[in-house]
Every structure is written in structure tokens, then in C-alpha cells.
Design a protein. Structure first.
Lengths: 159, 758
């Protein structure tokens, strides 16, 4: 089946089997390997991408369901030469070790702070409880997201 | 002159983060080769049976399926996975075949490899393969260990029994004023790292290249080469970014052979990535222990001895490091306490479940649960304050080095190297504010009973025998550091660059650390047993000295002076008023290698304290505060070490409360997804604190560092169970089994209430 959508600001199109997930499509067809798969049943959140600004598990959605949508992955939230405020805070607070779950945390936190730049710790923990990390124990991730809030309060154009 | 580098001890932000945070890491699933095919593995759905035949004809007719390989396609005799650690000949009968050839012994054991154009086609093909297995009775627990023999010729399902002994336990128990015997159990759970395992293998007719190595690439290379009847040099293992290890990843599994062998058979690159359910039945499980243990003491609470029998359920085969947990449970049960008389046996029981191996703090998590529970039970029986009881028994600084029980039939004896256990114990209580919190013990506040607990532990690290480092001065004056240590996500590149910068004075940003791939050094050992900082770091120190000598010698020739007259500053070699840059000097290749040998473990140690609140109506336990203090001798990077501590604690809380690999009586895993096997999440344990101190540098390595990657996890089971007992002391609830899941705690509360009422 043919599918076309916007991926990180670029219009893309490809032929996929109907059963191909969006995650596999992004990784295999478009080589955006910043989106990671760690459970493929929607629990771990590593594959989280943004569709029209909403955090979505790309392992639970078919590529064809993204037809005409605006898809943003971690690569789309990144700059070549510098780190974004959220990435800077993750680095400063040592909020990642092996880095495998990190793409899902960044995309999920970005979606949250874009909508709710004043989210409190409890709210952040609640939202991020849908993402699994085995290395950090979450404490530094929460600290990093709390710190990054100020950047989202100031501007509306993080993407 | 430049100011001397001082990176060691600084919380340097990690080099790795710059790629991980932008989606630019390269994990094995991100690797693809031209003409690549994809493999999936058909695994036994039967826990125990005789393999009578496999009919793959229908599956082979699917478009896109290239080959379906079964045992006979790989070799005339299927090689077995040799043990990396404790390679006892008595354990050889229990080595796992690379693929099932005669029997299947657990659900998940590989029986065929499907190679196809894509993973989806290969997975489709699985449904068309008919496997004929004659079922045999299934053994899933010690209670029905006689239901069948996994290895008929061995005559018993007990693979081997370890024995830890010290002093004269029999005499100690005879004269003791106090003796208590209890049974404890720890549940099967696992490392469950986030990035699933995978390989890409490419055979060009002469060299086999395998991407996806981790932890112990050099050992795995030798085993793979021997299994494929290739010279070792014909096999190269490449380590990429690695998404967590915790003891389990990187050990030699059947797939470490099957995927490269498939690539060799097909003559095309083959890629394999497991899925999560597959991981849960294929990768090492850990921790399942049952024991009956006795403690002996004087009336005033001085522990005289430990004795008893431990049974470890090791699953269907003895895997590469399968003895480590069962050995450690016995040898380290005394922990940081001076216990002079020990007689413990630890039997490895074969069952029709996934084989086991190490998981962070192997055997230590289990044995600390047993010991710390015993100490609190004893404190209660003898009516001695539990803090005082521990102070009376902790090994004193003046007793160092302090020998632990010796273990047989392998490894022998070891001794605690250094430490001020009492100082760290008191520091933890002060940081935790035990004095203020103590009054909450047993109190009911807003429907929750509050409880406290404290416990101390030891953490062995830095396993020998050696590690290698190779330093190369590059043409631009930068320094490449090649290491036998490997990265499992712990920040190795950053930590090793800090050590190299201080040792060579080369600017930190001009140092590049390359690790874990077999082309980097001649013989590496890797990362396990909290060894990479100490072993790899010490190898860098030795290599740095050689490098400086080598640069001086080279500069002396070119500047026309004696080597002793040359002064280095990390970028220049100077003699009098003449100088050359390192970049200029590198015209003549400068490369050195060094090996660090170590026969002694390092012994970090610490104390944890916790405050919990228990809901007696649901059995739910809230962890309100958790404080950990550990002495690692010398810290290289406080940020990464702190990260190890916090992360390790939360893993341990998962083991104490949530994580459980449950089997039914047919040997089927009932918890094969993240919806059933619960990992801690961001909302479970919000308040975790950890502090690292540097009281007693390690005497056995030049850095003075002690391995510290596992400590956080070790005492948690015991501390949580003791805190729950403290909260529910009005009911005399005494947990003897993990996990402390809500149903279990609720049942304990109900049973205690019923007992009080009767």
C-alpha cells in the first residue's frame, strides 16, 4: 500500500505492506533509527513519536494510519550543532545511561511540556510512568524534565 | 605551562550523551548489510520432551523463505556452550547445545532457524513448521524434582553442590545460647535490559564479522571460532552502542552461534533481533533461591555461626556464568559481619525452565535478604536494638583484611580488603535521620502502618585476571585509547577518558575511547563483576606511563637530547627552549600496550536505610524514603557513579516488590510481556537518595577504586522485608519470601490477624 506523510518536516512516501507498523516504516524505509523498539506491545514507550504533536507509540500504529499526518521523531526534535533545552537538561542531570529508552522519554516529555509547561512533579511522573527505563531509576529524568519546563514556558516553537 | 589535568573526581558530562540524545546512537538493530537476510528462531513450546522430527517443507514453499536450518544443518555434532566462569568438568554434561538436537528441556529452547527476506516473512514461516516432540514429565520446582530426569545419564537433577565453610560451625551451634532456623525464598526474575539482543553476521569466505557483541567479546570470539572450527583470528566481534547489560547481555547464548553459523551456511549476511517475549524465555533468568538456614548467637547478640542448605533453581542447563549466583549465595552470606563459623551448602537444581545466569549483585541480593531478615528476627527474639545488634557484628576496621568463608569446589578463598563499616553505618543513619523517624516505627497514620529498616552489605568487584589497554598517538596529536573493557551503557567512554586525561595530560577533548571490539586489543576481558573502571582504568594508567616514556624517547632523538631532559605537557615535548608538538612527533608511530593484572577482588561496602508505609487493606507498600551510603574507595565520575547507585536501587525495588517470572506446572512462562512482568515505573519510587564516600581507598590497584556498579541492588530485599515487618509488628508479620507484592503482603496481614483472633 502507498502511504505519504510528513516526517520531521519533509514530505515522504513509500510502499508498505498493510501490516507494517509506523515504527518499522520509519526505521527501515526512512532510516530514522532514533526511534527504538523494546517491547513492540505498547508498554515500554521507547518508540514514542509525535503525530500532530501528540505522543504516540509507533509500534502500535500502522504506517498507513499515518497517511497525511505530521510525524516527528527524536531526530526532528534535535539540532545538529547543539542540544535543545530538554536534551541539555537530560545531559546535565545524567538522565540517561544506555540511551536506549531516551528517545521515548524526550518525545513524551516534549509533548507534555508543550501542552503543559507548568506540569508539576506528580504530573510529570504520572505521564512518564508510561515509559520504561532500566538504568536510571527515573530520579534524574524527573529532575531534567522539571528543569526544562522554563524553556517551554518562554517559547512555543520547540519543534 | 598548562595547568595539570584533574578530571578524576569531577562530574564530567558524558560524551555518549551527545549522540544518544539526538537519536544518533548505533545499536545493533540499526546495522544493515548489503544482501542481508533476516533470521527468526523457532523455539520449543514444550518444556520437556524428545525431539522426534521437524517438517519444514510447507514453510519452505513460502515466497521469500531461503532456508530453514535445524541441528543436522549446522554440524554433525552440535557444539555446546562452554562455561566462561567456574569451568568445572563436573558441569560439562549440563552445557547447552547451540540448538536442540535430541531433547528439548525448556520452553524457548531453539529448535530451528528460519532465514528469509524479511522478519515478517520468517515469522510467517514459523506457523508452517511442524515440530514433533514426545512430551516427558516436567520438573518446575524442588518439591517435584523427581518427576523426571533432565539428563538421564546423570541420575539426579542436582548438577553440583557448592560448599562454603569457615571455622567450626558444628561446635559453634553446640555452644550457642541462641539458635533460630528459618526457610526463605527469593523469586525468579531477570536483568531485563531495554535494548533487545541482536546480531548481524557477515561471512566473506575468510573472515566472519559479527556486530552486536557486548560484555565479553574476546571470550565469545574464542568460543564462536572453536564452535565453527575457524581460527580465532578469522572471527571479529564488533561492539556497538549497547542498551544495558546488568549481567545478562553479552554472555554466550545459542544465538551467538546460530546467527553467525547461518550466515556461513547461506553465504549472505544474516540479521536477527529478538522480540520481548522471546527475550523473556531465552535470555538468562536469575535469583530463584529456596533455603533453610540457621543462625547461632550469644545471648547478647554476637553472631557465632551460620549453617544450612540452599537450593538454586538454575533452569534447564548450566550457562556460561551459571554457578556465580549459587556460589555467591553461600560464600557471601556473612556479608559485612564478622561471623567466624560457617557451613553452608548450595545446590544447583536443574528444572525445565529457562537457564539462569548473573543479574547485577548475583547471589548477593538473595543472600542479603536471608541474612538481614535473620538479623532482625534475632534482634526481636533477644530484645536487642537492631542498630546495636548490627554494630556489635560489623567487621571492624582493625580486623581488615577479613577472610570470608572459603568456597569449593572452585575459586577458594577471598578476604575483605579494607573499610570502616561502622562509620558508613552511622553516616547512613545520620543522612537518613533515623533518630527523628524512629518514632514512626509501627505507627498507623492515615490508614498506613509505617516501618523502618537498615542493613549493610559488601560488594565484590574487579575480577581478574587482567585487562588490556592500547594507546595510540594520532597524527593530529590526539590520543586513541583502545580497551578490553566494554560498554553496556554505563558511561565507559567518559570515565576512561577522564582517567586517560589525568594520566597522560592530553587535553580531555582530544581523547577518544574505543572499547569492546576484538580488533582493539589482543586479549580483552570486558565488563562484568563491576570491573571495568578498576581493571580497564588501571590498565590505562600503566599504558600512560609507557606512552610518556615512548614520547620522550622519540622526542629525545628528534630534539637531540637525552630522554630524561624531555618534559611533556600533554601537547608538546620540550627540551630546553626547543619543542615539538605531539602532532609533529606522531610522524613516527607511537603506540603502546599495557596489561593490568589483578588477583584480588575489590570490596566496596555500604549501608542502606528505608522508611515504608504499608496499606493493610491492599498489601501495597509505599517507599517514602530510601537512603544509601557506599564507600567505593575513589570515585572517578561522581555523576555516573551516582547514576549507577540510584538506578541499581530502583532495580532492586523492582525485585523486592514487582518482578516475578512465574511458571505454571507445565513449564509455561505466565509472565511473558511487560504487561505481566512489572518493571518499576517513574511513579513507583519517587524518593531515592544515594551518597558515595571515599573513606578507604582500595589497596590492590593504583587508582584506589573499588567496583561500585552493583552495590545499590544488594541489600534491598532484606531491607524492604524488614521494613514491612517493622510496620506490621503489632501483627508479628514476618515476610520470608519475595516479592512483597500486594497479594502476598495482604495475605500475611490476614494470616496474622487470623492467628491473633484464634
Amino acid at each position: 500500500m502507498k502511504v505519504e506523510f510528513e516526517l520531521n518536516g519533509t514530505r515522504v512516501g513509500t510502499d508498505v505492506e498493510a501490516r507494517t507498523t509506523l515504527a518499522d516504516c520509519i526505521r527501515d524505509q526512512f532510516k530514522q533509527t532514533g526511534t527504538h523498539l523494546a517491547c513492540e506491545h505498547g508498554v515500554c514507550g521507547a518508540c514514542t513519536v509525535l503525530i500532530n504533536g501528540q505522543a504516540v507509540r509507533s509500534c502500535l500504529i500502522l504506517a498507513v494510519q499515518a497517511q497525511g499526518e505530521r510525524v516527528v521523531t527524536l531526530e526532528g526534535l534535535s539540532r545538529d550543532k547543539s542540544l535543545t533545552p530538554l536534551q541539555t537538561a537530560f545531559r546535565k542531570h545524567h538522565a540517561l545511561q544506555c540511551g536506549f529508552c531516551t528517545p521515548g522519554f524526550i518525545t513524551t516529555a516534549h509533548a507534555l511540556l508543550t501542552e503543559e509547561p507548568e506540569a508539576d512533579e506528580e504530573r510529570i511522573r504520572d505521564v512518564l510512568s508510561g515509559n520504561l527505563c532500566r538504568c536510571t531509576g527515573y530520579v534524574p529524568i524527573i529532575q531534567a524534565v522539571l528543569e526544562a519546563r522554563s524553556a517551554y514556558a518562554q517559547t512555543d516553537d520547540q519543534e | 605551562m598548562r595547568i595539570a589535568n584533574s578530571y578524576i573526581g569531577q562530574p564530567i558530562e558524558r560524551t555518549e550523551d551527545l549522540r544518544f540524545l539526538r537519536g544518533k546512537g548505533t545499536y545493533v538493530a540499526d546495522i544493515n548489510r548489503p544482501r542481508q537476510l533476516t533470521a527468526v528462531i523457532l523455539r520449543s513450546s514444550v518444556a520437556h520432551g524428545r525431539l522426534r522430527g521437524i517438517d519444514a517443507n510447507r514453510a519452505l514453499q513460502l515466497r521469500g523463505v531461503h532456508r530453514i536450518l535445524t541441528a543436522k544443518d549446522f554440524d554433525t555434532e552440535i557444539p555446546r556452550i562452554a562455561l566462561r566462569l567456574q569451568p568445572l568438568s563436573d558441569l560439562e554434561p549440563f552445557h547447552q547445545p547451540m540448538i536442540a538436537d535430541q531433547k528439548v528441556r525448556y520452553v524457548g529452547e531453539p529448535v530451528a532457524v528460519v532465514v528469509a527476506e524479511t522478519a515478517a516473512i520468517a515469522e510467517d514461516a514459523l506457523d508452517y513448521i511442524a515440530v514433533d516432540i514426545e512430551p516427558l514429565p516436567v520438573v518446575v520446582s524442588r518439591e517435584q524434582a523427581d518427576a523426571a530426569l533432565l539428563f538421564e545419564q546423570h541420575g539426579t537433577n542436582c548438577a553440583i553442590t557448592w560448599k562454603a565453610s569457615r571455622g567450626d560451625a558444628e561446635a559453634a551451634f553446640k555452644m550457642a545460647e541462641y539458635v533460630r532456623r528459618e526457610r526463605f525464598k527469593v523469586q525468579r526474575h531477570a536483568a531485563m535490559f531495554m535494548e533487545l539482543r541482536g546480531f548481524v553476521a557477515d561471512w566473506d569466505g575468510q573472515t566472519l564479522t559479527v556486530w552486536g557483541a557486548a560484555k565479553t567479546a574476546w571470550y565469545n570470539r574464542r568460543l564462536l571460532a572453536a564452535s565453527l572450527r575457524l581460527p580465532t583470528e578469522a572471527v571479529e566481534l564488533i561492539e556497538l552502542d549497547v542498551g544495558g547489560g546488568f549481567g545478562s547481555r553479552g554472555e554466550f547464548y545459542p544465538e551467538d552461534y546460530l546467527i553467525p553459523a547461518a550466515a556461513k551456511v547461506l553465504g549472505r549476511p544474516v540479521k536477527w533481533n529478538e522480540d520481548r517475549r522471546e527475550h523473556m524465555i531465552a535470555a538468562n533468568h536469575a535469583r530463584e533461591v529456596d533455603c533453610e538456614v540457621e543462625i547461632a548467637a550469644t545471648r547478647d547478640g554476637r553472631v557465632l555461626g551460620l549453617r544450612g542448605q540452599i537450593w538454586s533453581d538454575i533452569g534447564a542447563y548450566v550457562r556460561t556464568n551459571g554457578s556465580v549466583g549459587p556460589r555467591n549465595v553461600a560464600q557471601y552470606m556473612s556479608g559485612p559481619y564478622a561471623i567466624e563459623n560457617i557451613e553452608l551448602t548450595s545446590s544447583m537444581l536443574l528444572t525445565n525452565k529457562t537457564p539462569t545466569g548473573t543479574y547485577r549483585g548475583p547471589g548477593r541480593f538473595e543472600t542479603d535478604f536471608i541474612r538481614e531478615r535473620m538479623l532482625d528476627l534475632m534482634a526481636k527474639d533477644l530484645n536487642i536494638d537492631r542498630l546495636e545488634l548490627r554494630r556489635r557484628n560489623l567487621v571492624a576496621d582493625s580486623q581488615m583484611p577479613y577472610p570470608l568463608a572459603s568456597i569449593s569446589p572452585y575459586d577458594g578463598s577471598t578476604e575483605l580488603d579494607s573499610g570502616d563499616y561502622h562509620a558508613v553505618f552511622d553516616r547512613c543513619l545520620a543522612e537518613f535521620d533515623w533518630k527523628t523517624k524512629e518514632e514512626l516505627s509501627g505507627r498507623l497514620i492515615d490508614g498506613y502502618y509505617h516501618g523502618l529498616a537498615v542493613g549493610s552489605f559488601i560488594e565484590g568487584g574487579a575480577a581478574g585476571p587482567k585487562e588490556q589497554a592500547r594507546l595510540v598517538l594520532e597524527p593530529d596529536g590526539s590520543l586513541s585509547v583502545y580497551l578490553g573493557s566494554s560498554s553496556v551503557g554505563q558511561g565507559l567512554e567518559t570515565v576512561m577518558a577522564q582517567i586517560a586525561a589525568d594520566a597522560t595530560e592530553v587535553p580531555y577533548e582530544k581523547i577518544r575511547v574505543l572499547h569492546g571490539s576484538t580488533s582493539h586489543v589482543k586479549e580483552g576481558y570486558g565488563s562484568y563483576h563491576s570491573r571495568s573502571t578498576v581493571m580497564g582504568g588501571s590498565a590505562i594508567l600503566l599504558a600512560a606511563e609507557k606512552l610518556k616514556q615512548s614520547i620522550k624517547a622519540s622526542a629525545a632523538k628528534r630534539l637531540g637530547c637525552a630522554a630524561e631532559a624531555v618534559v611533556l605537557d600533554g601537547e608538546h615535548a620540550r627540551a630546553g627552549n626547543r619543542s615539538m608538538t605531539f602532532a609533529e612527533l606522531s610522524d613516527v608511530p607511537i603506540e603502546v600496550e599495557a596489561e593490568f593484572f589483578n588477583s584480588k577482588q575489590t570490596w566496596a561496602y555500604g549501608t542502606h536505610a528505608a522508611h515504608v508505609a504499608v496499606d493493610p487493606g491492599t498489601g501495597h507498600v509505599k517507599v517514602l524514603d530510601y537512603m544509601a551510603v557506599e564507600d567505593v574507595g575513589r570515585t572517578i565520575n561522581p555523576a555516573t557513579l551516582h547514576g549507577q547507585a540510584i538506578g541499581s536501587i530502583v532495580q532492586g525495588l523492582g525485585g523486592a516488590f514487582l518482578e516475578h517470572l512465574v511458571y505454571d506446572e507445565n513449564g509455561q512462562l505466565l509472565t511473558g510481556s511487560f504487561a505481566d512482568y512489572l518493571l518499576p515505573t517513574a511513579s513507583d519510587f519517587p524518593k531515592i537518595r544515594a551518597l558515595t564516600v571515599e573513606l578507604k581507598p582500595c589497596p590492590s590497584n593504583p587508582l584506589g577504586a573499588k567496583g561500585g556498579g552493583e552495590g545499590g541492588i544488594i541489600p534491598i530485599g532484606g531491607i524492604m522485608a524488614n521494613a514491612v515487618a517493622d510496620a506490621l509488628k503489632h501483627l508479628n508479620v514476618q515476610p520470608m519470601e519475595l516479592p512483597l507484592s500486594p497479594p502476598r503482603v495482604w495475605a500475611l496481614v490476614e494470616a496474622a490477624k487470623a492467628l491473633l483472633a484464634s
